[in-house]
Design a protein around this ligand. Sequence first.
Ligand code: PA5
Length: 435
Amino acid sequence: MDNIGFDYSNSFIEHHQIEYMQPFIEMAHSLLHDGKDSRGDFIGWMDLPEDPDKHELAMIEKAASRIRHDSDALIVIGIGGSYMGSRACIEALNHSFYNHLPIDRNRGPRIYYAGNNMSSSYMADLMDMLDGLNISINVISKSGTTIEPAVAFRLLKGYMEDRYGREESRHRIYITTDRDSGSLRALADGEGYASFVIPRDIGGRYSVLTAVGLLPMAVSGIDIGELLAGARHGMEEYSRTQVDDNICYQYAMARQILYGRGKEIELFINYEPRLNNLGEWWKQLFGESDGKDGRGIYPSPINFTTDLHSMGQLIQDGRKNLFETTLYIERPNHDIGIRMDESNLDGLNYLADRTVDFVNKKAFEGTLMAHTRDGVPNLVIRLPRIGEYYIGKLIYFFQKACAIGGYLSGINPFNQPGVEEYKRYMFSFLGRPKG
Ligand code: PA5
């Protein structure tokens, strides 16, 4: 079977430099796999694909089929790790214009997102747009106390109760939160909403393969079994300790080597617009995990060829403090031929009989050549195609690389103490009662 590949031959890293890091990888690997220090409290995502909770999966499929049956739209309320993974997968694995297709051509209800910002205009426009659509809500918050989703839920709950009444609304609200604690758990139990569990030992940004991501994905028609199968194979393959046999560890080490050479910014590049939000998920995973104790690579997703016309100049000619990681898709889901044109007024007949993807690939090759010739290191992750299996495996690849990279650089990749700082000030300015 085709497989995900990793190529560091354009990164100015020599094979022996990767080999020299084998002992460090073994140390990081055994710390992570043995879970012997406090960081090990949050490694529940590591074995999850091998033994997912069958009962929970059945409940997810049941809830998804009910939402698909009774709703034109699902609103996913959550922020950070509580929504970015599902959004990334829903956009990667569905039609590029999923929400705009006529209802009878779609695989599932439209999906909208709320609670990921604090904009009143966004919420007003959302509720305005929902009029006339039958809706369900999936509120996702592990702590149950995050202000953005909490406010969005209060508004949308009121909106639903005005439209459907309290009883009917109860059947249209789905909660994903901690098993026992937090106000969302209390709300779910008090109101009798259907609810799903975010395991204690899995942090938000590592939770996409739990109900956090799987319920919205199943609603959109994604085959979550196939996604988990990919992740399971990733789990096996990316547990090999020999770095030559483990592309995930190669990626983790290449990042550290480049960071050590002053490459402080990593551009995560795709050439497929449906992967734009996968880049946003990647950014959150690495940004919140890596950036602490005065260090960390700045993760910056970037979309080519679009951004070659906005950022290409800076990458080519600007300060050489960055490296690129390209997610290269071998086979597009669809390709389109370019036709011969008698008049050839646009001068494109040299491309007749070629395809759009052929041009996309040449743009990649040209960019790689131009950037590496000017000293920008390039890492390339090759995905055979965009499908559930490979996206599931890729998710595992990045989660494991992120965790191993954190251990290699001596930080805790599972906490986010810095995020609490702004909340402390904000809540004091809001006058939230203490306690
Ligand atoms: O990755 C994380 O832990 C965070 O990004 C959280 O997912 C985010 O802050 C939302 O937290 P919660 O699910 O508790 O509302």
